[in-house]
Design a protein around this ligand. Sequence first.
Ligand SMILES: Cc1ncc(COP(=O)(O)O)c(C=O)c1O
Length: 488
Amino acid sequence: MAEKRVNSTAPDPWAEVAERLGADLFLDLQPDPAAGARGRGATRRRALTEALRSAILDDRLPAGTALPPYRSLAADLGLARGTVSAVYSELIAEGWLTARQGSATRVADGAARPPAVDDPGASTARPALRHDFSLGRPCAGMFPRNDWIRATRRALTETPDDAFAPAHPRGRAELRGALTGYLARTRGVRTGPDQIVLGTSVLSALELLARTVIDGVVAVESHGLPFHRHALERGGARVVPVRIDSDGMVIDELERTGATAVLLTPSHQFPTGVALSPARRMQVVDWARRTGAVIVEDDYDGEFRYDREPVGALQALGPDVVIHTGSLSKSLSPAVRAGWLAAPAHLVEPILAGKGLREADASIVDQLTLAELIDSGAYDRHIRRSRQAYRARRDALVKALAGVGLEVPGIAAGLHALIPVAHAEEGAIVHRAYERGIAVTGQSLFRHPDADPLPSGGIGVGFGTPAASTFSTDLGALTGLLADYVGR
Ligand SMILES: Cc1ncc(COP(=O)(O)O)c(C=O)c1O
């Protein structure tokens, strides 16, 4: 860490920044000259992540080194606190760093992998990904190609020419009509075609809501997708975390935040996998009605429930206060950028006003195709087939892990499970997984920087991701990895 190198090709703001860190920590933060103003935040985050990784790999930050608190590092580097905290979270989840409550974030034991004597390049080579349990993905091989082709052909043959003109920001009426019926039938959502606004994703719906009908203090679950929180922040909201337990968000604590909106994953909390209890569902709707707050329901994997106890959408309990959002990212593929929101009638116009005169991003051809897929029944068939396949995968995962003494908590649902492990071991397991070419995700990645850690750490496993042909082998590799840590 003693070495100080400053990029001499001035002017270089990043070299300056590195210089300012002085003896505490030298970081080689290279600017990306190609990055425009919009990409700069992401670029800086990547640069910091890479700089920390290479400082660890080079042994400039040896195991056990305490890093500065993220707030100080952010101030030193002139970066947003959220950026530095997200970088720390990412590196903790990957096993490079460890965090323990009440003590500094440190470089994890064994994080640096010194090059083998006969293989000087080995330390920086990324191990090949061999067993992919990444979160958030359906099995790519299950995409219903033939159904999609048939639906596209039919939609394009039958649709009037006006479909190929610039589109209204609401999105195509065919899909809004089809979704009204589908969401009512499968999720109990009480809406109508005029209350549905189409877009590309849940993320784009959150961005739109944050620019239009949500502001002030927005509460989120203490653990959730960082980029969802960031989307709300970009819209100007102050995002505050609220504790979750085995019944979902603790609504008593939400009531004390003074929030004017809350983002929830009530049917299957992401990432812990619990459901918001019936009593808390009533309580949150009651809170919104009493205070004039808005509830945003992210119903990202509502179709995939395997235990014959499907829970309907929260929106059904409070169509006057809940904005329901969903997309195809879990049910079909994140490569088809199609999503929706169903809003209380009085919020529709302000939301639409935020979109401008035309639909700017979503593909109208895909909207027509999806409408046809739903109306023809092919989408329902796909969901039923997928549900069966994912249920079998989850059962296999539960059985395999029980064999090594591990439980899979949370409801039987979705495409992922969070396996509890000791906090102290989470980073090491993720890192060991990385070395073995197994992609898993540490729970700490999802913690809001101001939230307390959950009682235990966790390893997130996306059991939908592996190919059907390799699932058993992949599961064997995962079980072998976790077995090494059980009961230690
Ligand atoms: C919690 C959660 N919400 C929503 C989504 C859907 O994301 P999007 O529609 O933005 O692709 C995902 C998918 O990864 C998710 O994990």
